[in-house]
Design a protein around this ligand. Structure first.
Ligand SMILES: [Zn+2]
Length: 297
């Protein structure tokens, strides 16, 4: 009550300061509640989502954003095996979602895009050593055409091992969102036919070249007879999402592929996804310098 004896002006300043503090407290509390709820939603999503790892090249020759060194890849595969992860195929994933087929404990999908020859020379022996399954998305026109890509014989040998599954990454790696309807159809249907003829199996899954797709591309993919398609957007493949834009966990795009980074991405991709989305949004709007300062783990 003593405060009431202060000069009216001082009392007024004090009460407005208190009001300001109260408002700031409410704003912080609201933000914390929103962040907490968001984290809970993401944790829930992480619970029923499945990590789909996305590699390209595995070798000790190239130093670029698409290449993981063999020792790093070995450490990552050893980690999956030792931690009790079970590798599954895209078909096992969609069977579980569509038909309720049970999945093993700690399921993970290992994928490679493009079909580089080092997948056969370097990755395949390491996958065999740890008895891990993987899916390679092939660019059907590139097999046996360019020296840096697999041959049909190498693909057949990998397929016979029972560990390696092949699916489509289109006919010639064109960005599908930039093509006409006819060209999209050609890329989707004819790569499926070529792969089915050479590999004598059904081709039902697609990885979009460069991760690019639109609603039209998704519809065309479904109409061409694919069951699901994968992007390069960071996150877990979620049963709630449309099956023609399934997230993956890119193990590329940076020069650091340490085991620590791999573990972080494998376990927390859904949590890091908004940071990555924010970075991509900045880059898209021309804030390249700012985007360069945002480092998604
Ligand atoms: Zn590709």
């Amino acid at each position: 009550m003593k405060k009431q004896w202060h000069a009216p002006q001082a009392a007024g300043a004090q009460s407005s300061r208190r009001l300001l503090l109260k408002r700031a407290f409410l704003v912080v509390l609201t933000l914390l509640l929103i962040l907490g709820a968001d984290a809970l939603v993401r944790m829930h999503q992480a619970a029923d989502g499945i990590p789909v790892l996305n590699y390209h090249q595995i070798n000790d020759r190239d130093v670029n954003a698409l290449t993981v060194r063999t020792d790093q890849f070995t450490a990552q595969m050893q980690y999956l095996a030792e931690q009790g992860y079970h590798t599954i195929t895209p078909a096992e994933l969609t069977d579980a979602w569509d038909n309720g087929t049970p999945l093993p404990d700690k399921p993970v999908i290992i994928t490679f895009d493009d079909g580089y020859v080092d997948n056969y020379k370097n990755a395949f022996p390491i996958l065999q050593k740890y008895n891990l399954k993987a899916t390679i998305f092939l660019v059907s026109d590139f097999l046996g055409t360019y020296p840096n890509y697999l041959t049909w014989d190498e693909a057949a040998e990998m397929q016979q091992s029972g560990l390696i599954d092949f699916e489509s990454h289109t006919l010639s790696h064109e960005e599908l969102d930039k093509l006409s309807d006819e060209e999209i159809q050609h890329q989707l249907v004819d790569s499926k036919r070529a792969l089915e003829w050479h590999l004598q199996k059904n081709i039902k899954y697609l990885a979009y070249p460069c991760g690019d797709y639109t609603q039209k591309v998704q519809d065309a993919t479904r109409d061409a007879g694919y069951r699901a398609a994968f992007t390069v957007h960071l996150g877990y493949a979620q049963p709630s999402k449309p099956q023609y834009k399934l997230d993956r966990v890119p193990i590329f795009g940076g020069t650091s592929h340490t085991l620590q980074r791999f573990k972080l991405r494998l376990k927390y991709a859904p949590v890091f996804a908004p940071i990555e989305d924010f970075r991509l949004m900045l880059r898209e709007h021309g804030f390249t310098w700012l985007a360069a300062h945002i480092n998604t783990p």
